[in-house]
Design a protein around this ligand. Structure first.
Ligand SMILES: [Zn+2]
Length: 285
């Protein structure tokens, strides 16, 4: 009986012994593939300096990147991350202020000069997308020959409105309270179910509780007390009220200012982990 019982077990053990390493590699590769990353490309408020670009970041999933805002030309940074510039095909613009969109013309010109063929899609509110098109027309981009396909997708200005869904992410938007129509974003990793919430530029409003609810990562602005903006203390209050699991402060003052004390300020109102986002920081979710 014992021999009959041990035979298959031994076979199985030997089989696993020979292919185990490969299986382990495959398994780890699968786990790696399931985690998305966000890379902070800029962390400053409207006034940037040499170490802090204007706030923008890139989501990196298994099926390609999604860029959030382009206050400066992010193409070189994306290249440094090992991402092919043609792989970047989706860009969400949160609002039409220079520190969030002024890099678009230069980025599009670079892509064109590099001989790009891949399509590019922009997503944003009517207010932002219309002006982005006008900005490109000011450069007469319709006369630049052999331009690659660019499309503009207008997002409805209402709570929990769909922005973009691909194999990696489901991204929805909420209007927030800034000086021009602006959206905050809720980004769900469709593989892990984890959520990254981004306040964008806003003063505290109740809608943020739903936008940020139970987020694994909350990236919240900390430009200072409003109108139109929030302090680190207020960012901590939003994180607490929405039961976010971690708080990352971004869009803070850097010109003749030390942002380090903002972490302690946010900790006065939020018990969870608080971090100061810096350019090129990477977080998994
Ligand atoms: Zn801003």
């Amino acid at each position: 009986m014992m021999d009959e019982y041990n035979g298959p077990l031994l076979d199985a053990a030997v089989h696993v012994y020979f292919i185990g390493e490969r299986h382990l590699f495959t398994w780890f590769a699968f786990i790696e593939a399931s985690m998305a990353r966000v890379v902070i490309l800029g962390s400053a408020a409207a006034v940037s300096d040499a170490e802090h670009d204007n706030t923008h970041f890139v989501l990196i999933g298994d099926h390609g990147p999604v860029l959030i805002d382009a206050g400066s030309n992010p193409l070189g940074k994306i290249k440094d991350l090992g991402i092919d510039d043609e792989a970047l095909q989706d860009i969400i613009l949160t609002h039409f202020h220079p520190d969030h969109v002024s890099g678009v013309p230069n980025m599009l010109m670079h892509m064109w000069l590099l001989g790009r063929h891949a399509p590019l899609r922009f997503y944003g509110l009517h207010h932002c997308v219309n002006r982005t098109e006008d900005m490109m027309m000011a450069f007469s981009w319709d006369t630049w020959p052999n331009f690659f396909p660019v499309t503009f997708h207008r997002v409805r200005e209402r709570d929990n409105t769909p922005v973009l869904e691909n194999e990696d992410f489901r991204i929805t938007a909420w209007p927030v309270k800034h000086f021009v129509p602006t959206i905050g974003l809720r980004i769900e990793n469709k593989v892990t179910g984890n959520v990254l919430a981004y306040s964008c530029d806003t003063e505290p409003i109740p809608e943020l509780f739903e936008l940020c609810r139970d987020a694994d990562i909350l990236i919240h602005e900390a430009a200072g007390v409003g109108p139109g903006h929030s302090s680190a203390r207020q960012a901590g209050e939003i994180a607490s009220e929405s039961r976010a699991k971690s708080l990352y402060l971004i869009h803070y003052q850097v010109w003749n200012a030390d942002p380090a004390p903002l972490v302690a300020e946010a900790r006065e109102t939020f018990d969870g982990p608080v971090h100061l986002s810096k350019d090129f920081d990477e977080y998994e979710f």
